[in-house]
Write a new protein. Structure first.
Length: 318
């Protein structure tokens, strides 16, 4: 074999080897993309299923009620007020705990539904609070926090993972206000939500939860700023108007307290969600503070807001 033929063959072999490596790299990339697509599809399908179940097990009672956000300001170690769940609500809670706990246990090692499993543990924690089983709720919060920490570490560019981690830390912190053995994790919630907002500055829920975490740490200026941001992003959020009104009314710092603005936001909350007793309760409270019993009673009795400020219209209506 002449030198030219040998060189040509060596060059051909080299090119073939490079082609095989290129094909293998391409196949590896395609397999990775396919695996990611399958993961995201499974995650999306699971999220749809969870949404339907949440409607039955959680939203009928309310996450805020389960976390006792709508009750009096708690002090650590004080026995919390009863949630006053109806027999039907208690039955829903028990069924919800059974379902989410079974799902979480069956899928705890399934990488395809890590996010769903972490959220299932969070739901178990909430519903255990509904059953006033604080120790079990604390264990479920620890499980969901550990899983969201792992997901956030694996996928540091996913704002939704940091949002859910912040939500779990806030829930754990809220539990600690009633149950002294639980860890106070409001500061950790703040850190996780900072990361979520850094990745997505329009993530309304992150501002809302961070605002509550700030409030729990007596960072009232920061809490007010976050609640105002929520209203800027979603002006029709009645809960955001109520939270801002509550804080403007209760904050102790003279430069932050604003009873007039609190009344404006309380009225807006009722206008946006007139059937919510928490909204009407805040409006009545603010009127009572102003010694205006008539308007306070009207708020409680669900008079229309545009009649509240006009006694003549009330008289005509009657």
């Amino acid at each position: 074999m002449c030198i030219r033929d040998r060189l040509w063959r060596e060059r051909s072999n080299t090119l073939l080897a490079l082609d095989r490596e290129s094909v293998q790299r391409t196949q590896a990339i395609e397999q990775k993309q396919l695996a990611q697509e399958q993961y995201e599809r499974a995650e999306a399908n699971l999220e749809l299923a969870m949404e339907a179940l949440d409607e039955a097990y959680l939203r009928s009672i309310g996450e805020a009620k389960l976390l006792r956000e709508t009750g009096p300001s708690p002090r650590s170690g004080v026995v919390p007020p009863s949630l006053d769940l109806s027999p039907e609500e208690k039955e829903l809670v028990k069924r919800g705990v059974e379902f989410y706990d079974r799902f979480a246990q069956q899928n705890r090692d399934n990488p395809g539904v890590q996010f769903g499993t972490a959220k299932a543990y969070y739901r178990v924690a909430l519903l255990q609070i509904g059953l006033e089983e604080d120790e079990q709720a604390g264990q479920a919060f620890a499980e969901t926090i550990a899983r969201f920490e792992q997901l956030a570490h694996q996928f540091p560019n996913r704002p939704d993972y940091f949002l859910e981690l912040g939500r779990a830390y806030f829930g754990q912190g809220q539990l600690s206000r009633w149950w002294p053995s639980a860890a106070n994790t409001f500061a950790q919630a703040e850190v996780a939500l900072n990361k979520a907002i850094a990745l997505d500055s329009n993530l309304t829920e992150a501002y809302a939860i961070r605002g509550k975490a700030y409030d729990a740490q007596a960072k009232h200026a920061e809490a007010l700023a976050d609640h105002r941001t929520v209203i800027e992003l979603t002006p029709t959020d009645a809960a955001a108007h109520r939270r801002l009104g509550q804080l403007l009314n209760l904050v102790q710092e003279a430069g932050l307290r604003d009873h007039d603005a609190a009344l404006v936001h309380a009225k807006k909350a009722v206008e946006l969600d007139p059937t919510n007793p928490a909204n009407r309760g805040l409006l009545a409270q603010l009127y009572w503070q102003r010694f205006n019993d008539k308007k306070a009673a009207a708020a409680v009795w669900q008079e229309e807001l545009d009649h509240i400020d006009d006694p003549l219209k009330i008289a005509k209506k009657r």
